[in-house]
Design a protein around this ligand. Structure first.
Ligand SMILES: NC(=O)c1ccc[n+]([C@@H]2O[C@H](COP(=O)([O-])OP(=O)(O)OC[C@H]3O[C@@H](n4cnc5c(N)ncnc54)[C@H](OP(=O)(O)O)[C@@H]3O)[C@@H](O)[C@H]2O)c1
Length: 258
């Protein structure tokens, strides 16, 4: 059975800032109801986790409009051009709340992969997502930060915003689902992309959720999430090297395989 790593007690409820929630536009609401033309902003899209998430998303769902965001224009444009016509680069500094909210106005879901999350005292991106009524996912791997994000649960619920915190390979997939993964950047990307699609497809509900919470990710949608997440992984089987599992070799005798 998988071990759920949610070790620390919750922090005291965060002093939740009063919402400056802007009404979501009709276009935003319409797009959210159908994931076919959804716009997904990947903050930290020029980094390893964000880049692999954007790549995995474009493979799983080529029709998605994927916006790569970060501060480095050169890196961002290079990745966006590799992802094709449905992708573009947006220059954003997540420390600039106004800039963030402006970009989020026209987005259905934001993936926050612009770490590090450690020693970060604010949940600026989550707050901007709530303020603009934009669905949210982060790949946080820091306990304090994840509990701070959880402190925005009621505010997200009131605004009708689904948000999943810690939706990477750990503790996201490893806590929520039972499987065996080698941790590679490719697998983080597929894991995060699988969460993005689950939210776009309506498998969650308003509030800030940990992936293992039943209300955060519908039990019946977990099988498909796992199938998607596993596309970026190597299956681990005891006493067998990975080439034997993945290539179905035939033994020609004396322990020799082709
Ligand atoms: N949950 C999981 O399974 C998991 C696994 C691995 C890593 N992580 C977490 O994921 C985070 C990212 O890891 P990584 O390896 O991808 O790091 P990375 O390669 O250094 O990428 C960091 C990204 O964040 C962007 N960024 C940093 N500060 C920014 C700012 N102020 N405004 C806008 N963008 C900013 C960077 O873009 P520019 O520099 O171009 O602006 C870059 O795209 C880490 O914090 C790590 O803790 C989670």
């Amino acid at each position: 059975m998988a071990t759920v790593v949610r070790a620390c007690m919750p922090l005291p409820p965060a002093a939740v800032a009063s919402s400056s929630a802007a009404p979501s536009t009709d276009a935003q609401a319409q797009r959210r109801s159908s994931s076919s033309s959804a716009r997904v902003l990947v903050l930290g899209g020029t980094g390893r986790v964000g880049g692999s998430t954007a790549t995995a998303l474009s493979k799983l769902r080529p029709d998605l409009n994927i916006l790569i965001a970060g501060r480095n224009l050169e890196k961002g444009e290079s990745l966006a051009s590799k992802l094709g016509d449905e992708s573009e680069f947006v220059q954003v500094d997540i420390r600039d709340r106004n800039m963030l909210e402006e970009v989020l106005q026209d987005v259905d879901l934001v993936v926050h992969a612009a770490g590090p999350f450690q020693r970060e005292n604010e949940c600026t991106v989550l707050q901007a997502a709530i303020a603009t009524k934009t669905a949210y996912i982060d790949v946080c791997d820091d306990t304090d930060y994840s509990w701070r994000a959880k402190g925005f649960h009621e505010q997200a619920k009131d605004c009708g915003i689904p948000a999943i915190t810690t939706a990477g390979i750990y503790p996201g997939v490893s806590n929520g689902l039972t499987s065996h993964f080698y941790q590679t950047y490719q697998s983080v990307g597929y894991a995060t992309a699988a969460f993005v699609l689950a939210v776009l497809e309506g498998s969650t509900q308003p509030g800030v959720w940990f992936p293992e919470e039943a209300e955060g990710l519908a039990i019946e949608s977990r099988k498909v999430l796992l199938e998607r997440a596993s596309q970026g992984t190597t299956i681990f089987v005891m006493n067998k090297p990975s080439w034997m599992i993945e290539t179905d070799p035939k033994e020609v005798g004396l322990g020799i395989y082709v």
